[in-house]
Design a protein around this ligand. Structure first.
Ligand code: HEM
Length: 457
C-alpha cells in the first residue's frame, strides 16, 4: 500500500483545563465534544464533581469492561439520555430495561443477525444505486451529500426492516429530527439534575414533539398493520408482530409496534447517514485514499456479487469506514447511572454516580492510539494488529451492544463503495466542517460537494 500523507481533520477546541459549571452547561447545550479537557484524553479515569454528584469518564479497559460487560445490570441509562431519546424512540429497544428489553432484543436481533446480511445487502445496494442515479443528474453542480446520505439511509432502514418506502414521509421526518436537534435534544440544567419521574418544562414540550413524531411513525406502518400478518415473517415488522411474551403469550400492542418502528428507523438511519457523510468528507480531503477505494470497488462486479447472495470483500473500503467510526463515532458518549455501589477501575462507585464512556475521547486517547487525530485507514488494514482492547467502541459492548452493528458496517461499506465507484468526490470550498454532538456526531453545516462521474461510465 502506498503511504499517503496523514490528514488531521479539524476538531472543536479542546479546553486546557476542566471547565466550570457554566462552561459545562454551555458545552452540554452547544457541543458536548468540547466538554473534555486535555487531561481527559490522557487519563485512565477522568473524575469531576458536578453539583454535588460525581461524574466519571472511563478510558481504562478494565473499568469499561466492568460497567458494560461484567456488571451491566447495575448501570441504567442516565436521566438525561432517557429525557432526550424517549420522545424519539418511545418504549423501544434503546431505552427498555429488564424483561421488556430481553423480549424485544430476542425478537429483533435475529432479523439483523449475520445470516440475514446477504438479504439486507440487496436492499442496501438497490437504494444506493437509486441514489447514484439521482446524483448523476447533479454532476459538476454543488451537491448536499449530507441530505443525500440521510435520505439514502432512511430509505434503506424503511425498506429493509419494514418493507415501506419512506420518500413520502422523509421531508417531514427529517425536518422534525433537525428541529429536535436544534432545541429539545440539548440538555439544560434541570434535565441533568431532576429524576426522570419529575418532568422539566422542556419535557412537557418534548411530549408534544413525541406525539407529532409518533404520528409520522404510525403513518409509516399504517398499511402494514391493516393487512393480516403472513404465515412466515418476511421482515423485522412481521417478526415483531409474531413475537409473543413467553410468560403471558401476549403480542406487542399497536403502540408498542409503533415505538419499535420509531426506534429502529431512528437508530438505524441517523447513525449510518452521518458515518457515510464523514467518510465522504474524509475521502474528499484525501484523494489518494479515495483513489484506492475507487480502484478496489471498480475491480469487482458489486451488483452481481450481491445478486448471488455474497457480500464482496472490500478491505480498503471497510478500513475507511472503521477509521471514520473512530474519528467521528456517531454515538459520541454512552451514559449510565449506577444503581448500587460497585468497584470500577479500583474506585468505589456510589449509587447515583454518573458513568460516561465517550467513544469520542476514547478513540482520540493519547495513550491508546498513535497520532490519534490523523485519518489513517491503515490502522484497520487486514494485516494491522487489532486496536487495543476496549479502545475502539463505536457500537458499545456487552449485552447492550448495538443490535444493528453488522448491518450498519455492511451498509456503510456498500453505500460508500457504490458512491466512490461511481463518482470522484471533492469539496467546493475550504470552510472547515466541525463535528457537533447533537444526538449523534453531526457536521456543523452541510458543505457543498462536487461530483465527477468516473471514467468509463
Ligand atoms: C454506524 C452506525 C451505528 C452506530 C455507530 C451505532 C451505535 C450504537 C451504540 C454505541 C449503541 C449502544 C448504546 C449504549 O450502550 O448506550 C447502539 C445501540 C443500539 N443500536 Fe446502534 N448504531 C449504529 C447503527 C444501528 C443500526 C443500523 C440499527 C438498526 C438497524 C441500530 C439500532 C440500535 C438499537 C436498537 C440499539 C439499542 C440496543 C439495546 O439496548 O439492546 N443501530 N448503537
Amino acid at each position: 500500500m502506498t503511504a499517503v500523507p496523514r490528514h488531521h481533520p479539524p476538531v472543536p477546541p479542546i479546553p486546557r483545563d476542566v471547565v466550570g459549571l457554566r462552561g459545562f452547561l454551555h458545552a452540554a447545550r452547544t457541543n458536548a465534544l468540547g466538554l473534555w479537557p486535555l487531561a481527559a484524553y490522557e487519563q485512565d479515569i477522568h473524575a469531576r464533581r458536578f453539583l454535588g454528584r460525581t461524574t466519571l469518564l472511563l478510558n481504562a479497559p478494565e473499568a469499561i469492561h466492568r460497567v458494560l460487560v461484567d456488571n451491566p445490570g447495575n448501570y441504567r441509562r442516565s436521566p438525561a439520555s432517557i429525557r432526550i431519546l424517549r420522545p424519539l424512540t418511545g418504549e423501544g429497544l434503546l431505552l427498555s430495561e429488564g424483561e421488556a428489553w430481553r423480549l424485544q432484543r430476542r425478537t429483533i436481533a435475529p432479523s439483523l443477525a449475520p445470516r440475514m446480511l446477504p438479504l439486507l445487502a440487496r436492499h442496501v445496494l438497490a437504494v444506493a444505486e437509486e441514489t447514484v442515479a439521482a446524483l448523476r443528474t447533479r454532476v459538476d453542480r454543488p451537491v448536499d451529500l449530507l441530505a443525500s446520505m440521510q435520505a439514502m439511509a432512511l430509505e434503506i432502514a424503511g425498506r429493509s426492516m419494514f418493507s415501506v418506502e419512506t420518500a413520502g414521509a422523509a421531508p417531514a421526518l427529517r425536518a422534525m429530527v433537525r428541529e429536535y436537534g436544534l432545541d429539545l435534544a440539548r440538555p439544560h440544567l434541570a434535565d441533568l439534575l431532576l429524576p426522570v419521574a419529575v418532568p422539566t418544562w422542556r419535557d412537557l414540550r418534548r411530549r408534544g414533539f413525541r406525539r407529532r413524531w409518533m404520528a409520522i411513525m404510525s403513518g409509516l406502518i399504517r398499511d402494514r398493520l391493516a393487512s393480516p400478518p403472513p404465515e412466515a415473517p418476511r421482515d423485522l415488522f412481521d417478526l415483531l408482530r409474531a413475537a409473543r411474551d413467553p410468560e403471558t403469550g401476549a403480542g406487542f400492542a399497536p403502540d408498542a409496534l409503533r415505538d419499535h418502528t420509531a426506534t429502529m428507523i431512528l437508530a438505524g438511519h441517523e447513525t449510518t447517514a452521518v458515518t457515510l457523510f464523514w467518510a465522504l468528507t474524509l475521502l474528499a480531503a484525501v484523494p489518494a485514499v479515495q483513489a484506492q477505494v475507487a480502484a478496489e470497488v471498480r475491480a469487482i462486479d458489486l451488483p452481481a456479487a450481491i445478486a448471488a447472495g455474497t457480500i464482496p470483500d472490500l478491505p480498503r473500503t471497510r478500513a475507511v469506514v472503521a477509521e471514520t467510526l473512530r474519528l467521528y463515532p456517531p454515538a459520541f458518549t454512552l451514559a449510565r447511572a449506577a444503581i448500587a455501589a460497585d468497584m470500577v477501575g479500583g474506585r468505589v462507585i456510589a449509587p447515583g454516580t454518573l458513568i460516561l464512556i465517550a467513544p469520542w475521547v476514547l478513540h482520540r486517547h493519547r495513550k491508546l492510539w498513535d497520532d490519534p487525530g490523523a485519518f489513517d485507514p491503515d490502522r484497520f488494514a487486514p494485516a494491522a494488529p487489532p486496536p487495543p482492547r476496549f479502545a475502539y467502541l463505536p457500537f458499545g459492548a456487552g449485552p447492550r451492544v448495538c443490535v444493528g452493528a453488522q448491518f450498519a458496517l455492511m451498509e456503510a461499506t456498500l453505500g460508500l463503495a457504490s458512491l466512490i465507484g461511481a463518482f470522484e468526490i471533492a469539496r467546493t470550498e475550504d470552510r472547515p466542517v466541525l463535528p457537533v454532538a447533537i444526538v449523534t456526531t453531526q457536521p456543523d453545516h452541510a458543505p457543498p460537494f462536487r461530483l465527477r462521474a468516473r471514467g468509463g461510465d
